[in-house]
Design a protein around this ligand. Sequence first.
Ligand code: FAD
Length: 305
Amino acid sequence: MADIAIIGAGTAGLTAAIYARRGGMDTVVYEAEAYGGQIINTPEIENYPGLMNISGFEFATKLYEQAAALGARIEFDKIVKIECKEDGTFTLKGGYGTSEDCKAVIIATGAKNRPMGLDGEEKLTGKGISYCATCDGSFYKGKTVAVFGGGNTAVEDAIYLADICSKVYIIHRRDEFRAEKHLVDTLFSKSNVERLTPYVVSALKSDGRLTGIEVTNKADGTVKEIDLDGLFVAIGQIPRNEEFKDLISLKEGYVAAGEDCLTDKEGIFTAGDCRDKKVRQLTTAAADGATAALAACEYIRLSAL
Ligand SMILES: Cc1cc2nc3c(=O)[nH]c(=O)nc-3n(C[C@H](O)[C@H](O)[C@H](O)COP(=O)(O)OP(=O)(O)OC[C@H]3O[C@@H](n4cnc5c(N)ncnc54)[C@H](O)[C@@H]3O)c2cc1C
């Protein structure tokens, strides 16, 4: 029986594996897709402390290699169920037939950005389309960008970009923004911000990189074209916790857990973007991974399973 089973081989899950192995635990990580998680498609990471510049793939590969070298077993299957047994241990069930017994579980399943669903969107991601202003904003210094969305993330992204870029359009499908009023006021106090409401992004223009967008007015159907260097999509994230909703408490789909990474089910911990929190970055995912793993090590030692 494994001591700790980790669901998800992103930054949080692999960091948890490193700490769990260093804590002497028999550790297995299950990954549904490719190791590394969301970061693997990012050409450059510039904000991870100690690493001036590294590609997302190289970063993920180093993490994977570090966890594997320490003796973590990394398996590929989507975990679809966690069964709780009477003796306090768990069995993970996978879509491809996995059945893994363990003493503690760390859910590190991350989140997916909600896509616009437009033709070419996937191909242009990283080539003019971004879902993370904090991560990619600096690549658009002095350029013209748009932010699509109307919540706090979209407005915060637009404020951040307005300090870096020459021009920022904010595109929202309603006239009213969902974001907090003080954020909206800050945004529209900036002279290089132009509001496009009630508009949606309806098509993408490219020459291999994004060159512009078409926007459609939701009220009267009129269409405009805008030349752009970058489009930041902030229309929400989709946490990947659906499989666990009957077992642990979720808050708007995210695992309801604080900075201690404890869920409301004893023996189940959580880490990274799947957790309810404000800042979703590599640093916070790694921090959660360490916290969750150390908490799981302590749980196993104290409960003497
Ligand atoms: C385009 C882009 C660029 C970014 N750039 C930066 C940046 O420069 N700097 C920065 O700090 N942050 C950046 N981020 C944010 C950063 O990638 C995330 O904060 C980080 O990846 C979160 O790590 P995580 O391990 O919590 O989740 P994820 O990276 O999402 O990893 C979760 C993993 O769990 C797997 N999984 C999900 N469900 C299951 C299941 N049921 N069974 C098994 N496996 C499962 C997934 O396949 C995935 O591999 C960027 C994000 C994006 C999308």
